[in-house]
Design a protein around this ligand. Structure first.
Ligand code: SF4
Length: 1003
């Protein structure tokens, strides 16, 4: 605790300056800051809570005090607490470096490891916990307690618990022993580091700095301090007892002025400060507290705070109010402030909402580094670094827009990564990303259908992904912690993509903050503890560190101020909008100790919750009288999905004169101006204007173009199977077969559908060839067992070539299991049930050619070139044909035309002497549908021959529509949309079931 002035030195002038309100507070600070001659001002420093506060006070001084005098501008030093300690440190000749927070965390990490050997903790020490132990140690020391005092005070409190059967208290005793041991080990290491003059590892922390500053031979250059920040229960950025103690004892400091408002003074500050700084002289500055008008929106002046649905609606309401005030008065927008407790998400929201409303703004708050895209890149890199990467994680990292790769002299593109992704899925590559080059080469060699262009793309991407994974590999295997961290840093540096001009400055700031953090961590390891780290723990440590970092990305220099509640106290505003007034944010929550209860902490000098709450109420009471003219208070009701309540703190504004503001029907946001009639697009620029121009060029929704009519297309050769897509939905055909869009391949734990289909067809083909060679024709009840046995033998021979896991699965499908018939048995039973004798059997029958298809009239048919292969065509003894198609899953719906068209073409192909045979059997045999294994193409009470004729006619109609360019989104069943692979490119708003009138109304 501070002592009375040291004997022998000039007595320090210590004043407590009380002011009635924030306007007087600011004026008093400004006047005191520039009081006296330039030399006196240069020897003066103000301690303020944040950089934002420094900036606002500096502007206030420039605007009011200095513009009134005709002389050179001299300002005193303006420090945050951290700046003050850094300046003090810089004034010490030959002092070792001030250890960074990261270096101290590394020293604490080592101390926890050493301490755990002799005093094991009752918990597992994770990286986040190490940081919390360091925070606790700092708070202990800043409250003027030594480690010995900590240990003895808690021992006293917990005395006797060791003998009791009280596991909670015993754990606290164990924890205290551990923490004491950690603190002692850390202090031993820092003390040793402070003696290492000239060594790279030398350094001191702020606690040793205080001792050195008091013992310094050279006086500090500052002799007058003005404290404009309160103490800790009042403000988390405030000064600590140890700080006040230091100020009271610094040899060169001749005067301390502590400036507080009456509200803060009366809320417990006086009692505390009298203990921290004795012999304070009381000074009162007179002033009349402001009494702004409280504006209440929506005409309801019974309330003080207006609630909106969510934060975005709240900020939009503020933007409207700001625009309305700007229209009423000629004052510049910089006289208006939007005040929040926590900068996020208001800074991000305001960026979007205020910009859209055409309200310029300025902000000084630091942004969290973890919310920047570059920090998200580190997350991706750490996943791959920690685990070696999966297909998803490695590709996500390589595809990051913040990285780039070159292969063969040109950039690897997203299309290359897509080709690699598809090939990895289709080929079921299980190699880790570092082995992709060899794995992809092998997969390409095994492909039956070659696609050289796609293979080349996949190979280029494989090189990039493998390079990335290899370069991150030392994170898991390097012999030192610094090398592990540098693996990530070097990888990011080696492949970084230059930022685009639009957000270049912000990107570079975030990037350099991330790079500096990683480099500093590697450096701290090298200096103090460079053993290898467990990858998961190291990854958590980096995450944790980045989460603590902020970076200043200055936004705007004019316009409405966006400030937090602490900085706002230092600004001069006419209009203030206090936002986000919900219980969870106002009052600002105190961080709870994770180590001890508040009762135990009170014995170590921690303030009680009530001190904090009283101080916060006092600060809010000041804040509502901050503006010169008007105040609005707003809150929101929903945070994501959760309902939140407004804070009772708003009652502090009940004494203000209220003015109800009627709702105004003014449209200022692009969505309101563009979506509501009549259109109000005057003066609109940027993306909304471009969007509007595009929309105005768009034809009416009722025009054919909007409904999938693209104009005539040339006739071509049609793959019959793809026409089933048209039958399902014409737009689906357009997306897949005309635009050539790929469907996403499904990830298969076993064989892909294509692999399974190939296997199945090969086995049946072999079976029927052998069956015919053995002199057998049809399958009937007599030879069914023989057919099944032969099929099993052939299937088992093919299955032998598969990996074990696939073999088990495919064996069950082909040969059956206790709950399901096998594929072979289903096919044979279908034939037995037909009771038709087979004359000859044709397998994998190509039906390519041009056929004349009926169009439904009496005129000539339509010649159409088709491509298609029928799985099996049997010529039966009654002169008819049986057409069979195997389906891996289930039979298609009645709208399908494929098998009917095969039947139609087969009639022509198998015609003898000018006579076309009828198709008497046309069936799908499905291997994925046990309840409906055999499905005829004939409709109920009809014949297969008729189905073939109708199908051929439907096919011709589909082709006619395709050539007319008609591709409406018109699913045969709207449920098809649910799993349609093209739904993301489909104009689904105009979807109707086939035959219905189209849907979307003109917007
Ligand atoms: S989402 Fe529906 S309407 Fe659109 S293409 Fe797919 S099936 Fe057709």
């Amino acid at each position: 605790m501070p002592q009375a002035p040291t004997a022998g030195r000039v007595p320090q002038r210590r004043r407590l300056i009380r002011v009635p309100d924030l306007a007087t507070f600011r004026r008093t600070l400004a006047a005191a800051a520039v009081d006296g001659d330039p030399d006196a001002i240069r020897r003066r420093a103000l301690i303020l809570p944040s950089r934002g506060a420094v900036e606002l006070l500096r502007r206030s001084i420039e605007d009011t005090e200095l513009s009134a005098v005709d002389r050179a501008v001299v300002l005193p030093s303006m420090f945050t607490r951290e700046d003050w300690l850094a300046d003090l440190h810089a004034s010490l000749p030959n002092a070792p470096r001030l250890l960074s927070r990261m270096e101290r965390e590394v020293l604490f990490e080592r101390a926890t490891r050493v301490a755990a050997e002799t005093a094991p903790p009752p918990f597992h020490v994770r990286p986040g916990l190490t940081a919390a132990i360091l925070d606790f140690y700092d708070e202990l020391r800043r409250r003027g307690r030594t480690v010995a005092r900590f240990s003895s005070a808690l021992a006293e409190q917990l005395a006797g618990a060791e003998d009791l059967d009280d596991r909670g208290s015993q754990a606290l005793i164990q924890q205290t022993a551990f923490l004491t041991s950690v603190f002692e080990e850390y202090e031993r290491n820092v003390s040793a580091a402070s003696d290492l003059t000239g060594d790279a590892r030398s350094g001191i922390d702020e606690h040793l700095l205080r001792a050195r500053a008091l013992a310094a031979a050279e006086p500090w250059r500052i002799d007058h301090i003005i404290v404009a920040v309160a103490d800790h229960p009042t403000d988390p950025r405030g000064l600590w007892p140890a700080d006040f103690d230091l100020l009271g004892r610094l040899p060169a400091l001749a005067a301390i002025d502590i400036v507080v408002t009456d509200n803060t003074h009366d809320a417990g500050f006086r009692e505390r400060i009298d203990k921290e700084v004795p012999d304070l002289e009381d000074v009162r500055v007179a002033g009349t507290p402001r009494s702004p008008v409280l504006r209440v929106a929506n005409g309801d002046d019974a309330r003080v705070c207006t609630e909106y649905r969510d934060r975005e609606e709240e900020v939009r309401a503020v933007a409207r109010a700001v625009r309305a005030q700007a229209a009423e008065a000629a004052a510049p927008l910089s006289r208006t402030a939007v005040v929040f407790q926590r900068p996020l998400p208001y800074l991000y929201l305001a960026q979007q909402v205020l910009a859209e409303a055409g309200v310029p703004f300025q902000a000084f708050d630091a942004l969290p580094l973890s919310a920047e895209p570059y920090a998200a890149l580190v997350d991706l890199a750490l996943v791959v670094a920690r685990t070696g990467g999966t297909r998803d994680s490695a590709l996500a990292l390589a595809r990051s827009p913040l990285l780039q790769f070159e292969q063969g002299g040109s950039a690897v593109t997203l299309a290359d990564y897509a080709a690699l992704d598809r090939l990895l899925i289709e080929s079921r590559v299980s190699a880790p990303p570092s082995g992709y080059v060899a794995a992809i080469a092998d997969a390409i060699a095994r492909q039956t259908r070659k696609d050289d262009a796609r293979a080349a793309r996949a190979t280029r991407a494989a090189f990039a992904v493998a390079a990335l994974a290899t370069s991150l590999a030392p994170f898991r295997g390097a012999p030192t912690g610094s090398a592990q961290v540098l693996a990530v840093l070097n990888t990011l540096r080696a492949h970084e993509r230059p930022p685009i001009a639009a957000n270049r400055e912000r990107h570079l700031r975030a990037r350099s903050a991330v790079h500096a953090s990683l480099a500093a961590l590697a450096d701290a390891f090298r200096r103090y503890d460079d053993g290898p780290r467990e990858p998961a723990a190291l990854s958590a440590m980096i995450h944790h560190w980045i989460e603590r970092q902020t970076f200043v990305a200055r936004r705007g220099t004019t316009g409405v101020h966006l400030v937090d509640a602490v900085a706002a106290r230092f600004g001069d505003f006419d209009h203030v909008h206090i936002v986000g007034l919900v219980d969870a944010e106002w009052p600002e929550r105190q961080r709870r100790s994770i180590f001890y209860t508040s009762g135990l902490l009170n014995t170590l000098g921690w303030p009680g919750d009530i001190d904090h709450l009283t101080a916060q109420q006092a600060a809010f009471r000041d804040l509502v009288r901050l503006p010169a003219e008007t105040l609005t208070l707003t809150a929101f009701q929903l945070e994501g999905e959760a309902v939140v309540a407004a804070t009772p703190l708003t009652d502090e504004a009940r004494g203000l004169t209220r003015e109800a503001v009627a709702p105004r029907d003014v449209r200022i946001f692009a969505d309101e101006r563009l979506a509501l009639a009549p259109l109000a697009a005057d003066g609109m620029t940027g993306a909304p204007a471009e969007w509007l121009a595009l929309r105005q060029r768009r034809p009416a929704l009722s025009t054919p173009e909007y409904r999938g009519h693209v104009g005539p297309l040339a006739a071509q050769e049609y793959r019959v199977s793809t026409l089933d897509r048209y039958a399902d939905c014409p737009f689906k055909y357009f997306a897949g077969s005309v635009l050539g869009l790929d469907e996403e391949p499904a990830e298969e734990p076993s064989l892909t559908p294509r692999e399974r289909g190939t296997l199945l067809h090969a086995i049946f083909e072999k079976f029927y060839r052998e069956w015919a060679a053995a002199g057998r024709r049809g399958i009937n009840t007599g030879n069914l067992p023989e057919a099944i046995e032969r099929f099993e033998r052939i299937a088992n021979e093919s299955l032998d070539a598969l990996p074990e896991a696939d073999r088990v699965l495919e064996s069950a499908r082909l040969l059956g299991s206790i709950v399901m018939r096998g594929a072979g048995e289903r096919v044979f039973l279908a034939e037995v049930d037909d009771k038709k004798d087979v004359v000859s059997r044709s397998l994998e029958v190509s039906l390519n050619g041009t056929y004349e298809f009926p169009t439904g009239g009496f005129g000539p048919g339509k010649p159409i070139a088709i491509r298609g292969v029928a799985d099996r065509i049997d010529e039966l003894s009654d002169g008819t044909l049986r057409i069979v198609d195997y389906k891996l899953t289930r039979a298609p719906g009645d709208q399908a035309v494929q098998l009917k068209v095969y039947g139609y073409a087969a009639q022509k192909r198998f015609a003898k002497d000018g006579r076309e045979p009828d198709v008497s059997v046309g069936q799908y045999i499905s291997f994925g549908d046990d309840s409906n294994a055999v499905t005829s193409i004939a409709e109920k009470n009809s014949t297969v021959a008729l189905a073939v004729q109708i199908g051929a006619q439907q096919f011709a109609q589909h082709v006619t529509r395709i050539e007319a360019g008609e591709f409406p989104p018109e699913p045969a069943d709207v449920q098809l949309c649910e799993w349609c692979a093209f739904s993301h490119v489909c104009r689904r708003e105009s979807v109707t079931e086939k035959g219905e009138e189209g849907g979307a109304a003109e917007a």
